[in-house]
Design a protein around this ligand. Structure first.
Ligand SMILES: NC(=O)c1ccc[n+]([C@@H]2O[C@H](COP(=O)([O-])OP(=O)(O)OC[C@H]3O[C@@H](n4cnc5c(N)ncnc54)[C@H](OP(=O)(O)O)[C@@H]3O)[C@@H](O)[C@H]2O)c1
Length: 425
């Protein structure tokens, strides 16, 4: 039987899962590919670490050793950060290897370059595992929605943030308590910044943007905010209005270009993310023909991530299954101008008489509730006004409410307070 030779870069959580899955699913792989898949070599960083590597696989700390084997067909990469991952994959492609990666930081920076190089060298790149772990979102978007235009994509793309928000709500713990517990259980890194401050979700969003629209928004214009400023009382007040906090990355085309955001928002019961709890990821797309589609599942972990990489392994080896690159949509054909649209917001103003009273110059106040630390206000306003406040009034917390009914339905019995010039109501 033909043999397909693979090398695995990185032998941590994901790398070990990949080697194990190739061995445990050899029969299925042989049936699909008509060939035996053999892991020949593993690349690691620390030569002194004790490792349990299956017999017959050589390990090295020098990537050139792998290329010098001369017969590697596919390189599966699961190391951390842009470099040396990018350089290794470039070299692998130049040596005629297909490559598969789980590395979102590297792929958000260099995905297009790798794809182009792969085209030039007539090999293929798989990156399913870099976004939403085990959910086959890349394949679904690139192969199953080729004719549809995606008007908007929203995702819970970081399981750690979603787990922390869920635990805070369900068990009444503070952000710091849940984070410490998540670190103990191994759900959060020792340095949790990338997860809780939104960087991890941002990189995944940029990869999805490339896939859907053939380009990324200007990184400096993507609003990026994590969950570390969400507190228990804000959650309780939001719940009293019927909303739950979610950390959501979203991208949509508008006449002003691609609009990307990564931030905590609140969602009502009818929003598809309301019930997505724990470490799960979810992606919701609004597409021109099919309407709204929701994907949900494990966004990380050894076997879910390995599953995505092994499915990619099959994909890169079977050209007839290959996707044909991303589609590009004409941004100026898309309806847009979102800045002037009135959106629904949940504001938290500190109950601190020594702070200056914020002024509202446009929009509509719908209703409010008071807690000990915060006054929570439902408000209708446009993006521009809201972001002016964000800059001028850092003490006010502002969260967009997505997917709520129109407030005229919701509050038909409530008098609306027209544009106030102060929140001192
Ligand atoms: N963990 C997940 O659930 C998950 C999900 C989706 C995507 N990812 C992505 O998958 C990648 C791997 O994640 P992981 O959780 O498996 O990380 P990990 O457990 O920290 O393992 C990283 C592995 O990469 C090796 N490595 C790091 N730098 C290297 C270098 N310069 N040269 C050679 N080897 C190097 C390490 O070698 P040593 O063993 O010698 O330290 C280790 O074996 C990351 O890019 C991550 O973002 C992870």
């Amino acid at each position: 039987m033909t043999i397909i030779h693979v090398a695995v870069l990185g032998y941590g959580t994901v790398g070990q899962g990949v080697v194990e899955s190739i061995h445990s699913h050899q029969k299925e792989l042989q049936r699909l590919l008509g060939a035996e898949i053999v892991v020949d070599a593993i690349l690691v960083k620390d030569p002194l670490k004790v490792r349990d590597i299956p017999p017959g696989i050589v390990w090295t700390t020098n990537f050139d050793d792998i290329l010098e084997l001369g017969h590697i067909d596919v390189v599966l990469e699961a190391i951390v950060g842009c470099e040396p991952a990018f350089s290794y994959l470039k070299k692998a492609i130049q040596h005629g290897c297909h490559v598969v990666t789980a590395n979102k930081v590297m792929f958000a920076h260099h995905g297009n370059e790798l794809q182009q190089l792969a085209d030039e060298n007539e090999v293929h790149v798989g990156y399913e595992a870099s976004v939403a772990g085990g959910i086959p979102i890349i394949r679904s978007l690139s192969e199953l929605l080729r004719v549809n235009q995606v008007h908007r994509l929203e995702g819970i793309l970081n399981g750690t943030s979603n787990y922390i928000l869920t635990e805070m709500r369900e068990n009444g713990h503070s952000f710091e308590e849940v984070l410490a517990d998540a670190q103990k259980k191994g759900y959060a890194e020792a340095d949790p910044t990338a997860d809780v401050e939104g960087d991890d979700a941002f990189y995944k969003l940029m990869i999805l943007s490339d896939l859907l629209y053939g380009e990324q928004p200007n990184w400096t214009e993507v609003q990026r905010e994590g969950i570390s400023k969400v507190d228990r009382e804000q959650m309780e007040l939001a719940e009293e209005f019927g909303y739950r906090f979610r950390h959501v990355a979203s991208i949509e085309p508008s006449s002003r270009g691609l609009q990307g955001k990564v931030m905590p928002i609140v969602v009502p019961n009818q929003h598809p993310f309301y019930h997505v709890d724990g470490v799960d990821n979810a992606v919701n797309v609004e597409a021109s023909l099919v309407g709204s589609l929701m994907f949900q599942g494990p966004g990380a972990g050894r076997l879910p991530t390995a599953s995505a990489m092994v499915e990619d392994l099959v994909q890169v080896l079977r050209p007839s299954l290959q996707r044909k690159g991303s589609k590009t949509i004409q941004l100026d054909e898309v309806e847009g101008g979102a800045t002037k649209l009135l959106k629904q917001w949940l504001l938290f103003v500190p109950q601190n008489p020594s702070l200056p009273t914020p002024f509202i110059t446009s929009g509509k106040l719908i209703k409010h509730k008071s807690g000990q630390k915060w006054k929570a206000i439902l408000f209708l306003g446009d993006d521009k006004t809201i972001y002016e406040w964000k800059t001028r009034l850092p003490m006010v917390r502002l969260y967009e409410i997505r997917g709520a009914k129109e407030w005229k339905e919701l509050n038909s019995d409530q008098p609306k307070v027209p544009c106030l010039n102060s929140l001192a109501f």
